[in-house]
Design a protein around this ligand. Structure first.
Ligand SMILES: Nc1ncnc2c1ncn2[C@@H]1O[C@H](COP(=O)(O)OP(=O)(O)O)[C@@H](O)[C@H]1O
Ligand code: SF4
Ligand SMILES: [Mg+2]
Length: 321
């Protein structure tokens, strides 16, 4: 892989809840190359959002984040003061959330927001109106002048998400984290926004982490897929390979569910069981209580990441294969 833009080593996030400390991100390693889209997938509650927020120093107040390293373009983010980090977040690091309207200042029109982006990127606003129009046209808004005059409450969810994406692209950041950016949109608008992301793919130089619980979205959009379960990455590899030949039993379940949905199977084969209680995690493999391929050994030891560097899997079965 080309030199990574983002390199995360042993990221851990704990929450203090009712006097107990619960580790919900449990030693995550990630590396994302320039122009690469990494899909971070897994069922609700597996720790995807907290991972994204922890990298961008946006985790909730009661979170304790630690890592061996979090580096962007070789720069150690953990060494930065909060003020220096904020500065970076407005310029080189960007996050796209589920609720785009909440990302706008409600008292300011769209043009004000785009002007701030231009000022942040180049230190002054010269040529900002032209840049704003071009940014909106770039995300498929054909009449930018009308849209630039609107206030956030006048935007539909899909329009707001498009504008937010335009703002992020205009920053030309090194790292973009998008957290389920189409979840709150209706189906047609969701498809349009996904098509927009697909058009952008390959034109971006940023490292892009795309968080979704939907395997088919990840398969359509991402270069590589990292599957998260109970705070750990259990499988990571090239999308085509992970989708065609999933190796971790959990990934197999996600792929089977996605295929069943695609073929509109009458009985959807969901993965039975629930995420483990991380306040009292089971010994051994965290997936063992739900795993169809569980062996005696799995209940005593936690599997390390196995397999070639390009396709790692945390499962003892990979060792046998
Ligand atoms: N502010 C918080 N306080 C305590 N626990 C939290 C907080 N935010 C998230 N969690 C817990 O962290 C775990 C991971 O959550 P999250 O990253 O949101 O999952 P995902 O995005 O994969 O659905 C969940 O068990 C969730 O309940
Ligand atoms: S290590 Fe064992 S329990 Fe865990 S996923 Fe592999 S086979 Fe299943
Ligand atoms: Mg989430």
């Amino acid at each position: 892989m080309t030199e990574a833009v983002l390199e995360v080593r042993d990221l851990r996030t704990r929450f203090a809840i009712h006097g107990a400390s619960i580790e919900v991100v449990r030693g995550v390693d990630l590396a994302v190359a320039p122009g690469e889209v990494l899909g971070l997938i897994g069922e609700s509650g597996s720790g995807k959002t907290v991972t994204g927020l922890s990298i961008l120093r946006l985790a909730p107040e009661n979170a304790r984040v630690s890592a061996r390293s979090i580096a962007v373009q070789g720069q150690d983010l953990q060494a930065l003061s909060d003020a220096a980090f904020d500065e970076l977040r407005g310029r080189r690091l960007a996050m796209i959330f589920q609720n785009p309207v909440g990302a706008f200042n409600p008292a300011k029109r769209v043009d004000w927001h785009l002007r701030q982006v231009v000022i942040r990127r180049q230190g002054q606003d010269a040529g900002w109106a032209e840049a704003a129009r071009a940014a909106l046209i770039g995300v498929g808004i054909p009449h930018p002048d009308r849209v630039l005059r609107l206030y956030p409450h006048q935007l539909s969810g899909g329009m707001a998400q498009r504008i937010l994406i335009a703002m992020v692209l205009a920053l030309e950041p090194d790292l973009i984290v998008a957290d389920e950016p189409t979840t709150n949109l209706d189906n047609i608008v969701e498809r349009q926004i996904l098509a927009l992301f697909r058009r952008l793919q390959g034109r971006l130089s940023a490292a892009f982490i795309f968080i979704t619980h939907d395997m088919s979205i990840a398969a359509a959009l991402c270069d590589r897929i990292a599957v998260m379960y109970a705070g750990r990455i259990v499988e990571v590899g090239p999308t085509a390979e992970v989708f065609a030949r999933p190796r971790h039993p959990y990934t197999k379940g996600l792929v089977a569910t996605a295929l069943a949905l695609k073929h509109k199977a009458e009985r959807l084969k969901e993965i039975a069981g629930e995420l483990p209680n991380l306040a009292a995690p089971p010994p051994g493999c965290l997936f063992a209580p739900r795993c169809a391929e569980v062996m005696a050994r799995c209940r005593g030891e936690e599997p390390p990441a196995l397999g070639p560097a390009s396709h790692r899997v945390r499962c003892f079965r990979v060792e046998d294969a």
